[in-house]
Design a binder for this molecule. Structure first.
Ligand SMILES: Nc1ncnc2c1ncn2[C@@H]1O[C@H](COP(=O)(O)OP(=O)(O)O)[C@@H](O)[C@H]1O
Ligand SMILES: [Mg+2]
Length: 465
């Protein structure tokens, strides 16, 4: 039963409240008892002192019964009923006694009184009740003429205390029950969203990553934030799960196409005997497909190793201008052959990194620029630095990239125009590799493009000082 959080919370709450209430009740009871007794003692003492002062001197018959009753009533609101007053002379002989009850006077009391002390005592009466009694000496010039004793039964105080006890005994458990019901309700309210989260998590656990926790009506408190974070986490998981699925499907598809082309060519070649020229053509076509497959496999392998973290980057001083110039030289003929102007504007920019990977990144960008820019266009490769960052830009006046594809071109196998990219020998992995290289060097890659006017890829890397 106490395995749920709400039950445990309520239990703890009840225990704490119960202990507090018990302490409080005990404290209340004791304070009340002490207060009532002190109050009674004070009243008795005052009455006795007044009586002692009013006793005639020398000690005559003392005030009459009516006098005593009047004094008691007028000054102290003490009803004579149940009160005891007696005045004794110094020999202990009784001068006045309001109730006809014999209040025993102990020797010790007389002794203390003769020394001028006031004495409080609780006396058991013969009928079983208790009497609170004060003895005040009547002193004249240092001599005790007699004593005044005023008493009051303790029954009333006891009754009041009993009543208080009854109230406490009934109300404390009642308060506890009501409070624990309230506590259970509150705990329920507070933990309701947790149930929602648990149910959603169970559905996700059974394989449905599209599930989200309904945030409507959730308070913006710790649990609300937990739910939100949970949703974000699931969204991320779902995205990477989707990516992984798509990646596997894309990779197999990418490899299947060249394989079936290869198979077709070989089958055609084997159908009948052919001339050496024909064999040469078939083999050339086969070689093309094999080259494409090896490129895909190489790129995939590199990305896979990058993902698993086993691809180590070298960290050496690299001047980006030199690397870019090397790339420019290797692509220069191809660009000219396509009828493009290919411009290189290199300024020194040193970074710490892997020369070969950086070369690969720049080559991928230049390769794209040349591939996707029609003849007569212009491609420009520059390096340089500004504000502590090394910058590489590859600008072209090609077909551009539509805004909706600008983020996605960096995804693996994503191509704006699949058929055309394949026709041009693309694998759709080039920009993913560029992005990885830039980020692995602590940098970024960004793209600006106007469809029909061209694209600019900008890589920013931390500059070496
Ligand atoms: N300079 C560019 N101009 C126009 N489109 C580009 C350019 N660079 C990349 N793209 C688009 O981005 C896609 C992804 O590029 P990439 O990852 O290098 O793959 P691939 O070049 O093998 O097709 C390309 O298919 C192309 O649609
Ligand atoms: Mg490419």
């Amino acid at each position: 039963m106490f395995r749920t959080l709400r039950a445990r919370l309520t239990l703890w709450y009840m225990v704490l409240l119960g202990v507090t209430l018990c302490f409080f009740s005990g404290f209340l009871y004791l304070t009340m008892e002490k207060g009532l007794k002190e109050n009674l003692d004070n009243k008795l003492r005052t009455a006795a002192r007044v009586l002692a002062a009013s006793v005639a001197r020398p000690l005559g018959p003392g005030p009459s019964l009516a006098d005593v009753e009047r004094i008691m009533r007028e000054h102290f609101g003490l009803k004579p009923m149940g009160r005891f007053v007696q005045i004794l002379d110094e020999t202990g002989r009784r001068a006045t006694n309001i109730r006809d009850v014999d209040i025993p006077v102990s020797l010790r009391t007389l002794e203390l009184a003769s020394k001028g002390q006031e004495v409080f005592e609780t006396v058991r009466l013969r009928d079983g009740g208790s009497l609170r009694l004060v003895t005040v000496p009547i002193m004249i010039q240092g001599r005790m003429l007699g004593i005044v004793q005023v008493g009051s039964p303790l029954d009333e105080i006891q009754e009041a205390l009993d009543q208080l006890l009854l109230v406490l005994v009934i109300s404390v458990p009642l308060v506890l029950v009501v409070a624990s019901l309230g506590g259970l309700f509150l705990a329920n309210q507070a933990l309701k969203p947790v149930d929602r989260i648990t149910r959603t998590a169970q559905r996700i656990g059974s394989g449905d990553l599209s599930q989200r926790i309904l945030l409507d009506g959730l308070p913006r408190d710790e649990i609300g934030r937990l739910a939100e974070t949970f949703n974000e986490m699931i969204a991320k998981l779902e995205r990477s799960f989707e990516q992984m699925k798509r990646f596997t499907a894309d990779a197999s598809h990418e490899l299947k196409t060249p394989l079936s082309v290869l198979r077709g060519e070989v089958e055609v070649g084997l159908k009948r005997t052919r001339s050496p020229e024909e064999y040469r053509r078939i083999l050339k076509s086969c070689l093309e497909e094999i080259t494409r497959m090896s490129r895909i496999v190489e790129d995939l392998l590199m990305l896979a190793r990058a993902d698993s973290g086993s691809l180590m980057l070298r960290r050496e001083r690299v001047n980006l201008r030199d690397v870019a110039e090397e790339v420019w030289r290797s692509f220069y003929r191809e660009a000219l052959g396509k009828g493009l102007r290919f411009h290189f504007g290199g300024r020194a920019a040193e970074v710490l990194g892997d020369r070969e990977r950086l070369r690969q990144m720049i080559a991928n960008l230049v390769d794209n620029a040349i591939k996707y820019t029609p003849s007569g266009g212009h491609v420009e490769l520059t390096t340089g630095s500004s504000d502590g960052v090394a910058v590489i830009t590859v600008r072209d006046t090609g077909e551009g990239i539509p805004p909706e594809d600008r983020e996605r071109v960096f995804e693996r196998f994503y191509r704006v125009d699949k058929a055309r990219s394949r026709e041009k020998g693309g694998t759709g992995l080039g920009l993913s590799i560029c992005k990885w290289v830039a980020e692995a060097h602590g940098g970024t890659i960004s793209l600006e493009s106007k469809p029909g006017e061209g694209s600019t890829f900008t890589v920013k890397l931390p500059l070496l000082r």
